[in-house]
Every structure is written in structure tokens, then in C-alpha cells.
Design a binder for this molecule. Structure first.
Ligand code: AMP
Length: 428
């Protein structure tokens, strides 16, 4: 991980229990976002942080949060004192793993709750007493409505990947959650991008925040070898299988725009003898966890994912990312290719672009500030007669039903298929 100047975790003022956990993880130096965020959070200030996944942001907010809680007096009833909100189940599970590792040598207790799985074990865990709760908004509101948990004693709130929460239509849920917490608390907002909506949200939540930034995005993009293959739409599947087989690539993350597209491509890969799994919002939690575990262990060569499902996944040292289709939201391109070259390793990002994606490619090039080199592979040429009319865009947050009280409690049953994500009607 890139460093600003040499700095140790000790010099950030962390306690021995946390330093021991950090060294057990094998981290030798704090990442830039950790160097900047940890001291400010320890001072009790509100923070507005610009950081993508892969920058070490999770430790950046978790370590000081644990330190603050462990140094304050505990009540014997163990009310929830810190809440970390994440947009997706996978991210919640990942953040929770981090919280558990970093708190190993403290006496703090943590629990994770998210939809799509039976709520009973989550309820039982909460009843045993929790200091740090990691949650997705839907399940949190469901359990709050059932009277399983109270947010009245929250001292620290973290909104992780706040931009993605807004993209997923969680604004109303976030506002309702704010109303359930005491006004006086420390707030930490982490976001990869700073749109007008994020600034508005930040203004409403944060008090005199200190702004901290990780390495600028374009540095990350520059470290990645980006390529475009112009190809006829109908020849993309053949081309992707050729690239993976010829290159003998062992671990490839492929992005499609829709859930249906992810399933279709996955099936075709498997028929062609390439082991693949799909991960998207319509898959059960169990299926997603299994697909991710298979990919991480190397059993599954290709993971086909939609943007939202892939968001926040921690897959270290990923050599190849392929955009089977370009995203219609240019920022998603940066998130997607940021999957390569993580924690200092370099990577290759390939986009298969058909005529109808020409406008998206131009928008992306504008955002990253460079022309991406284009090649054509023999036998997989673009169709000269195809229309360059763009595929219809879907706006983020469109078609999403916002939850109300009665909905929230309806969604609180134990059937995984009936969870809030499904009712949001997104295509990802
Ligand atoms: P994050 O951005 O929080 O998703 O973290 C990305 C990856 O970086 C995770 O695998 C962390 O375990 C790892 N990481 C976090 N902090 C450090 C550090 N100081 N040195 C090395 N790796 C780190």
C-alpha cells in the first residue's frame, strides 16, 4: 500500500490491544487514509472521508472506533454504542470480519445483521449484548420495528460507502435510522465519490467535519493497464472465452450490466469448460457466499458480477477485470477496474465494446481523462452495420419502492426470498 511518509501504527496513538491485532494481520504501516483518519477520529471529530475499497478504509474507521469504545465506561446492559451501516450484505459481512479481527484483544462485542438470511441467530446475538453493530439498513429497521434492538445509546455512527447507499435508494431508510439515534454522537461518513446528494447528506449529518482523502482516484486508474476490444455484440461471449483460455487466466472478474446477463454468460462459460459462478442481487445469500468462496480459493476461475453485487468485495490481488458490457454510469467503470491493482499490485482491465456502447466509452474516457487503447481481434471484428444508438439507460434509484413502517415489519419474516432487496426491483 502506498505511503505518505514513514509512520508507524504506534505513532497514531493506538492502544496495545489494537496494535497487537494489527500486527497479527501482518500490517506494518498504516495506509494513507489510516494515517489521516485515525488521529482525527480519536480526537472525537466528525469525519467526511473520500476513500474507495482497497485503501484500507475499514481499519481506518474501525481501529479508532474500537479504541474510543474500549476506553469509555461500559454499562452492564451492553447497549449498542457504535453502528456501522453498509449498503450490501457482502460488505456488512466483510466489515464485520474486520471488526472481529481488530477487536480480538479487547473485550468489545460485535454483531452483524443483514437480510436474506434467518433473523433468529442475529436476534439471539443482539440479546447477548453488543458494543458494535454492523448492519444493512433494511434488516436494521426490521429488527428495530420488532423491538429487538434500540439505537438510543449510539455514540458513534459510520456510514460506509455512502454513495452506494444513495444509489441503492436507501436515503429514506438512512433518514429514519438517524431519527432513532441520539443527536449527540460522532459521525463518520465514507464515500468513494462526492456527488451533490452526498454533500447534502453529509451536511445534514456531520457537525464541523474534518475532510480526509485517500490517494486520488486517477492515481489508481493510471496504475491499471486498460484496453478496449471493439467487437460485434453477438461475438462477445466467444471473445471472452478466447481471451481467458488463450491467456490461461486463473482468476477473472467479469462485469455484466444485468442479473440476467450475468446468468446467461455464466452458463455459456460453463458449457465451454471454463468454471464460472455468478453473483448478483437475485442470488440467495448462501449462493453468493459460496460463489465468492469458490472464486477466492481458485476453484472458480471466473466470477461474473453485477455492479451492486460486486461493490465492496475484498478480493485481493486480482489480475484481470473484464467489462463484458460497459456500465452506463461512468463512475462504476472506475469502481470496477479498481478491482485490479489493489494494495499496490498491478492489473489489467479489458472492456469489450460494441457499437451501441460508443457513447458510454466516450463518457468513461472523459471521466478518467485519457483515451483507452483500442484493438480488434481477428474473427471477432465489430459489426460495421450496427447502430451506435446507446442502449437505454436506467437511472440509479429508479423504480425503487421506499420502505414504510408496515413494509418493514412485513419484511421481517424469516423467508430469505422475501427480503427487502427483492422488493426494490433493481436490475443489478
Ligand atoms: P479496505 O479498503 O478496508 O477494504 O481494505 C483493503 C485491504 O487492505 C484489506 O484486505 C485489508 O486487510 C488490507 N489492509 C488494510 N490496512 C492495511 C495496512 N495498513 N497494510 C496492509 N494491508 C492493509
Amino acid at each position: 500500500m502506498a505511503q505518505l511518509i514513514f509512520m508507524s501504527f504506534q505513532s497514531l496513538g493506538l492502544t496495545d490491544a489494537l496494535l497487537k491485532a494489527v500486527s497479527q494481520q501482518g500490517y506494518t504501516e498504516p495506509s494513507p487514509i489510516q494515517q489521516k483518519a485515525i488521529p482525527v477520529i480519536l480526537e472525537g471529530k466528525d469525519v467526511l472521508a473520500s476513500a474507495q475499497t482497497g485503501t484500507g478504509k475499514t481499519a481506518g474507521f474501525t481501529l479508532p472506533l474500537l479504541q474510543i469504545l474500549s476506553q469509555r465506561e461500559k454499562s452492564k446492559y451492553r447497549p449498542i454504542r457504535a453502528l456501522i451501516l453498509t449498503p450490501t450484505r457482502e460488505l456488512a459481512a466483510q466489515v464485520y470480519d474486520n471488526v472481529r479481527s481488530y477487536s480480538e484483544f479487547t473485550d468489545l462485542r460485535s454483531v452483524v445483521i443483514f437480510g436474506g438470511v434467518n433473523q433468529k441467530p442475529q436476534v439471539a446475538a443482539i440479546r447477548r449484548g453488543v458494543d458494535v453493530l454492523v448492519a444493512t439498513p433494511g434488516r436494521l429497521l426490521d429488527l428495530q420495528n420488532q423491538g429487538v434492538l434500540s439505537l438510543k445509546r449510539i455514540e458513534i455512527l459510520v456510514l460506509d460507502e455512502a454513495d452506494r447507499m444513495l444509489d441503492m435508494g436507501f436515503l429514506r431508510d438512512i433518514e429514519r435510522i438517524m431519527d432513532l439515534m441520539p443527536k449527540k454522537r460522532q459521525n463518520l461518513l465514507f464515500s468513494a465519490t462526492f456527488s451533490k446528494d452526498i454533500r447534502k447528506l453529509a451536511n445534514g449529518i456531520l457537525h464541523h467535519p474534518v475532510t480526509v482523502e485517500a490517494t486520488p482516484e486517477n492515481t489508481t486508474v493510471e496504475a491499471i493497464n486498460q484496453k478496449v476490444y471493439r467487437v460485434a455484440k453477438g461475438k462477445k461471449t466467444g471473445l471472452i472465452i478466447k481471451l481467458i483460455s488463450d491467456g490461461n487466466w486463473k482468476q477473472v472478474l467479469v462485469f455484466t450490466r444485468t442479473k440476467h446477463g450475468a446468468n446467461k454468460l455464466c452458463k455459456k462459460m460453463i458449457s465451454a469448460g471454463v468454471s464460472a459462478a455468478a453473483i448478483h442481487g437475485n442470488k440467495s445469500q448462501g449462493a453468493r457466499t459460496k460463489a465468492l468462496a469458490g472464486f477466492k480459493s481458485g476453484r472458480v476461475r471466473v466470477l461474473v458480477a453485477t455492479d451492486i453485487a460486486a461493490r465492496g468485495l475484498d478480493i485481493p490481488l486480482l489480475p484481470h477485470v473484464i467489462n463484458f458490457e460497459l456500465p452506463n454510469i461512468s463512475e462504476d467503470y472506475v469502481h470496477r477496474i479498481g478491482r485490479t491493482g489493489r494494495a499496490g499490485a498491478s492489473g489489467e482491465a479489458i472492456s469489450l465494446v460494441s457499437a451501441d456502447e460508443t457513447t458510454y466509452l466516450r463518457d468513461i474516457e472523459k471521466l478518467v481523462g485519457e483515451r483507452i487503447p483500442v484493438s480488434i481481434i481477428e474473427g471477432f471484428e465489430p459489426d460495421p452495420n450496427a447502430s451506435t444508438q446507446p442502449i437505454k439507460k436506467q437511472q440509479r434509484g429508479q423504480n425503487r419502492s421506499s420502505r414504510n413502517n408496515s413494509n418493514a415489519s412485513k419484511n421481517s419474516n424469516n423467508k430469505p426470498k422475501n427480503n427487502s432487496r427483492r422488493s426494490r426491483g433493481n436490475r443489478r
